[in-house]
Each structure stands twice: as structure tokens, then as C-alpha cells.
Write a protein that binds this ligand. Sequence first.
Ligand code: SF4
Ligand code: SF4
Length: 181
Amino acid sequence: MKLNVVQQDEGSQPWYAEGLKFTCSQCGNCCTGGPGFVWISREEIVRLAEFLKITPEETVEKYCRKFDGRFSLRERRTREGMYDCIFLKEQDVPTPAGGGDGKSVPLRRKMCSIYSVRPLQCRTWPFWRENLASEESWDRAGQRCHGMSHGNRTFTREELEAVRDSKDWPQNPPTSAPKKE
Ligand code: SF4
Ligand code: SF4
């Protein structure tokens, strides 16, 4: 018995050949929802441990769970019945000066607290194979991630496929949220 393989015509273009827009607003939507897995490799655990200034063993004990021989970040059940990634935390976000007195008003919102060392799975979102499978899949994922198909940044086919296929993470992945002043 063999698997059916859908042959792609040589030279045929994927639906996203003209590129796709994505700009992360750090809304945190992709870090909560139903229960799921955020896989983290041993190498990433070591990087995370350095960031947290604890040992890799403590990092595993406090923040990871083992499933099927692999590690995933723990989740926290919210009062609303959602499953937040353990590193999704309420933080002050500086907003542009907008108050009547011209001062910046800090806003509290849930954001990734380990953003600079988040695992590859988070760094490559939303250019996952399943999201790129079809325009419908992309649009479906975009209902929760409002950075998809929005913003000023357009990823070319080559750029987004490089993110999709990356095996290790660069320091500053192109999918990162723009730096706030
Ligand atoms: S990737 Fe999308 S859902 Fe996740 S924080 Fe950024 S804009 Fe929000
Ligand atoms: S590590 Fe950060 S970006 Fe990844 S799911 Fe957790 S909170 Fe979200």
C-alpha cells in the first residue's frame, strides 16, 4: 500500500507566490486558546534557562512538561477557561503620548515575557506549513491573528518559505514584532 502523492506541476506557483503581509502587534492571541503544545528543544531550553538565570533542570521542572519524549511549555488555565502559555504575562505597554496632558499612558496587556528567546515554533508563526497549505487555511488562522494579511511588512515567497523551513532560530527573526520606541 502506498500513500497517494499529489503531484505539483513543475513551474506551478503556490497561491502565496506574490508574497504575504504580516506584522505582529503582540496582541498575545496566539499564546492562548484551547489546550495545545509549544514544543521546545533541549537547545532552546538551555537558551531559555540562561535568559531566566536558572539551570536548564529548573527550567524543565518549572516551565515544561514532557509528552511523547519531547518537551512542551506548560499552560495555565485562566478564569475564562482558556489555556495560556505559562510565559504569557500581564505587562505594562507604553503607549504614545495621548493623554490630555500629553503624557504617555501605560496600558496593561498580556504579552510574551520571554519574547527574545521564544522557541522556534513561536518564531516561525504564522508561516507554518499548515497555514500556507491554502488561502483558506491562511484566512482561517488570520481570524485569531490579526497581524496576518495586515501591516506594512510584505514577505516575499522566498522569505516566508525560509521562515517556514528554518530549523534553528536567528537572533532577530523577520517575524518579530516591530520594536516599540
Ligand atoms: S502573531 Fe498574531 S496573534 Fe500572535 S501576538 Fe502577533 S499579531 Fe497577535
Ligand atoms: S513562548 Fe511566548 S510567544 Fe510562545 S506561546 Fe509562549 S507566550 Fe506565546
